[in-house]
Design a protein around this ligand. Sequence first.
Ligand code: EPU
Length: 422
Amino acid sequence: MDKLLVHGGSTLRGSVNISGSKNASLPIIAAALLTDEDVIIRRVPDVSDTNYMVQILNALGAEVERSSGTIRATCAEISDTAPYELVRRMRASICVMGPLLARKGRAVVSLPGGCIIGDRPVDLHLKGLQALGAQVEFEGGNIILTAPKGLKGAELDLRGTSGPTVLGTDNVMMAATLAEGTTVIESAAAEPEVIDLANFLNAMGAKITGAGTRRIVIEGVAKLHGVEHTVIPDRIEAGTFMVAAALAGEGVTLRRVCREHLKAITAAIEASGHSVSFNEAGDACTVHRGTDLKGVDLVTAPYPGYPTDMQAQMTALLATTPGISVIKDTIFPQRFMHCAELKRMGADIKVDNGTAIVRGTEKLSAAPVMASDLRASAALVLAALTATGTTEINRLYHIDRGYEHIDEKLLLLGANVERVRV
Ligand code: EPU
């Protein structure tokens, strides 16, 4: 179990390349199950979550090769049962459910267990697939979906109490590509990752319109074919490096980003007093640390709102920003585990009812801290960059799930970090 030592106080300079999106890659890799032809996916980040997804495809009988960011998958003969041993490691495994059901008429996937960031139910995924005609049973911890006569297009609404569901929209959209007739998903998630998946599916021969809006229409087709696709940039990794640059940088440039996807994050960083300037193409930006800093109020919301996946990192920035900041997470109200650890580093944060009230302190100080989930770990690394002394971040496997070589990228920018193999 690796740990990271961050010796605080270095200034970050230079530029960093942002990787392909983890959250776009995961459903796109799963969507390879929809065809028996060859699928090539480029710019897949080398993180443990994408490795788990590759292992799941292998376990289902696919042939998958992976080299320097490119995955080649051929899902000629596949089984309908995703093994518990792999599925239990990653909640996003649930997105093999739609493709398996559509291709095989049956899908067996274990029910995802608890998750540190909240309950994370799958009722909306099942509601959507049932609307397409699937029968749902639960047995021995597994969800068993069957559609012996095939799936049929339907109109359905995926609105949940916390808004739309990203992977739920993906699952229903993937299943509907091979259904008979037209499917209309109302209250669909509009995240860029959903659009990337729709583009991937359309390039395979699917007929999807409206991705990126709350209403997606899918006209079913009989068969999908092979495809080559390049994954969009990871907007959360980009946001994380924007925060690093704001906290400890002197004009850090991020390359291979997408301005359009970063609007809410850019607005939050600018509101706290830092400056962000994009090049004309919108695929690179430079962040300058501000001098007149102030607290901000943030509420997480589905895209194009401020992303819950950037809540912890922004909390780390605001912990040392003068003034009071109020951060409410409406999507995962329990996602504040990082606050207890930040407080151990001297932050002044009160968490109550899905809201963190942060009173900016001048400086944090190093402490041994424990990573609890992916984005919480990123927040601790960010906080440690400017803390006095050496922060020891344990359970680094959380960060390796979703950040490609984060320690190497930080080192290149001039941070003083060491990965220690324990
Ligand atoms: N929800 C339901 N019922 C469902 C599904 C979701 O009530 O059947 C609720 C959830 O409890 C939550 C809200 O709906 O309150 C939104 O959850 P969503 O389904 O959109 O989450 P997800 O699709 O499982 C993806 C990302 C998460 C990200 C969320 C929200 C992937 C692989 N994961 O999860 O990313 O936080 O959308 O934007 O795309 C991360 O990368 O750190 C991460 C957790």
